[in-house]
Each structure stands twice: as C-alpha cells, then as structure tokens.
Design a protein around this ligand. Structure first.
Ligand SMILES: [Fe+2]
Length: 394
C-alpha cells in the first residue's frame, strides 16, 4: 500500500498566518535566503513584513535565538521611514538615557543595555552573564504591580503558592513605548524572548474591577490590546469627540508621576495629588512638551487607533475648546480605555524560547504581567527607536 505523506508542504517564502481565535496577532515564517535574519529581507519581503505588523499589530517570528542585537536594531530602524538611513548619529532609543537614569524615573530599571548596541535594552529576571552585557554579571528585576499599583494583591497569593494553586497577578502598566517628551513615539518595538518560563506555568491576572474579570496567562506573558478596537468600542458620539481630541503629557512624565500609584488594572494613575511640581522636575522646555492627537490613523489599514499613555496623561483638549485638567483627563481617558482590556480583547503572548515579537507601537498598547519567585529567571532583548514622524489623525 502506498504511504501518503501528510506533512505540510513548507514553501520557501515569507508566510503570514493570522493567530486563530485571538483578537490580534500573526505568525511569520521567513524565507531561507535571509538566514533567519529578518533585517536581511529583500525589499518586497520587507514590505510584506511591515504590512503584516501594521495589519495584525503583533508579529511572532519563532526560532530567533541567534538574532544579534545589531540585526535587531537594524530591523527595528528599518520600519520607520522618517529616520534618515544616512545620518545614523541622529538615531536614538525611544527614551533619553539621562532621563531614564534619573533616580526618580519609574522606568529606571530599563537602563541595562547591550554595550555594542545601546539601543537594545536587556529585560527580564535574575542574574545573567554574557560578554554582550559587559564583564560583570547583570541583575534583572521583572517589574511587578507591587511597586506600581496603589492597592496590591496579597503577597501569599502571588509568591511561593502551594502546589496546585495558580498564583495571582495583575497587568503591570498598559502603555505605548515612548518618552512622551521631546522624542516622538517609536513606530515599532521588537522584543526577543531568549529565555522564558515554560508554557505550562500559569498565573491568573486579577482585574479587581466591578465585573470581577480574570485572565489566565503564562507566567510573565506580554499582553497586547488593539488601539483600533479601543476606538471601535466607543459610542458614535465619543468617536466623534475622540477624533478631535488632543492629549498633553507632562514634561518628563515618568518623573512627574514618580510618587503616584496606579489603578488595579494598570490603566491610569489614582488621583491623590502626589505629582511633582513642574519646578521639581529636571530642566524642561515648553517646545518639547508633547501634545498629540488621541487618535492615530494606521497608514496601512487606515483604521483609527486610540493611542494614549493613560498613566502619563496630563491634560486633554476637547474639540469644543474645553481643557480637562489632570484629574478629569484621567477620568475620561480611563472611561475610554477600560472596555479595550476586557479579557476577550487581550492577546496575552505566551512565549517560547527564541521568539521575536515585532509590534506596531502606534497601534497597540501593551503590558507586562506576572511575577517571579526567587531563583526563577527570564531574559529578553528589547529595541525601539524614537521617530521623527508625528502621529496623525487622517
Ligand atoms: Fe513597553
């Protein structure tokens, strides 16, 4: 009897496969000529990858364990046509180093970088040694809601839980990657998961909201929601309002909110009047304050995305001339953001070692989740590049 070969035919070309049953995301396989380095794709395939990122918002490329920091930087930069390919001296990471290094900044942990490629940052948990990181071992600390949320979960429900129990966790902070002062938001972020927890290690995201929502995820899953879906979920009246609303961010926003704490879902800050006074901040200039449209139009799909950093919001300018000051701005943005993070709208990326996620930072919001017990480790390389292009509503 003749054997029938049921193995799928693998074509040697770039393939894009939408994730089944997920609200966003696709998987990409690479053609062999690029030798597993998507920064070496030809123009046609590069365009196909770019369009996949902007269409599906998160692209997952497996088996990228050997993706070098230099290639990661080249790939990330290649997606932003506003960056001059000639004058690379003007290319910078999405945040200014001296501001990230400020002791008060809530992003201070982000400062461990690859020595040869400082635009690539090292994230994760535990101690790692590699000459890419310098001569000494580096100590990474996974951020948890315990340092950022106003009300926190009971520690005994989160750490070293009895066998058979699933630890609880929270979304740490929903955000777009951006300095939100002086530098425009990066187009793309690339995140390479080099060593990640096993798929079967689960944690339960508690929303602690009125609906009692929960979401079961892999430990330290990276969570994404679509800004286009956030816009679609608004009422027709709110859509009209949102399309003509502008958001202002405080100067050095991550330092401005350094004494504040976030809501249980990591969407915005609790109003407690703990913000620093503007004259307590590092020097700043009026001209570098960011005032951006609330809705950014996707250049490929033409969809409107509600793109905002709800924790850093400072003021909102409504189309009728009303200016919402800090507390009211937070309340309105929270109301507009909340439906988008309902469990069915979240894509929690469950990592395998060596996967690369390429995401459209101007089309999704993302959040860290999870926490680690002593001795548990994780290692990721992350890159994004400040853009020269101002996000627009078209
Ligand atoms: Fe981020």
């Amino acid at each position: 009897m003749t054997q029938i070969d049921t193995a799928p035919i693998v074509e040697d070309k770039l393939t894009v496969t939408p994730l089944v049953g997920k609200p966003l995301g696709c998987k990409v396989t690479l053609p062999s000529y690029c030798e597993n380095d998507p920064s070496k794709l030809n123009e046609q395939d590069h365009k196909k990858l770019f369009e996949a990122v902007l269409t599906y918002l998160v692209v997952v490329i497996p088996k990228m364990d050997n993706f070098s920091p230099n290639s990661q930087y080249n790939l990330t930069r290649s997606f932003d046509y506003s960056i001059s390919q000639k004058d690379l001296s003007k290319v910078s990471y999405g945040h200014e180093d001296k501001i990230l290094a400020n002791d008060k900044s809530i992003l201070k942990r982000d400062l461990i970088t690859i020595k040869q490629q400082p635009e690539v940052h090292v994230l994760g948990n535990g101690q790692w040694q590699d000459k890419k990181y310098g001569d000494d071992p580096i100590d990474l600390k996974h951020p948890t809601h315990f340092t950022f949320h106003k009300d926190t979960l009971p520690k005994e429900k989160c750490f070293n839980v009895p066998e058979g129990e699933i630890p609880w966790t929270r979304f740490y902070r929903w955000h777009i990657d951006s300095a939100l002062y002086k530098l425009y938001p990066p187009m793309i972020t690339t995140l390479l998961g080099l060593k990640v927890p096993p798929k079967e290690k689960k944690q339960l995201v508690k929303y602690d909201d009125d609906e009692g929502n929960e979401l079961l995820v892999q430990q330290a899953a990276t969570c994404f929601v679509s800004g286009a879906n956030a816009f679609d979920l608004l009422s027709e009246e709110d859509k009209e309002l949102a399309l003509n609303t502008k958001v202002m961010y405080a100067p050095h926003p991550y330092i401005y909110i350094s004494n504040c704490k976030a809501t249980n879902d990591g969407l915005t800050m609790v109003n407690e009047k703990k913000e620093l006074a503007l004259d307590e901040l590092p020097p700043w200039e009026e001209e570098h304050i960011m005032k951006l449209p609330l809705i950014w139009t996707n250049p490929v799909t033409k969809k409107h995305h509600l793109q905002v950093h709800g924790c850093c919001v400072y003021k909102m300018f409504l189309p009728d001339g009303t200016v919402l000051e800090l507390e009211d701005a937070r309340k309105l943005i929270y109301k507009w953001m909340k439906p988008a993070i309902a469990p069915q709208n979240v894509y929690a990326h469950e990592w395998s070692d060596g996967e690369l996620c390429v995401f459209f930072n101007r089309g999704v919001w993302h959040s860290v989740s999870g926490q680690f017990d002593d001795g548990e480790k994780r290692l990721c390389h992350q890159c994004n590049i400040a853009s020269n292009d101002i996000p627009k509503t078209l």
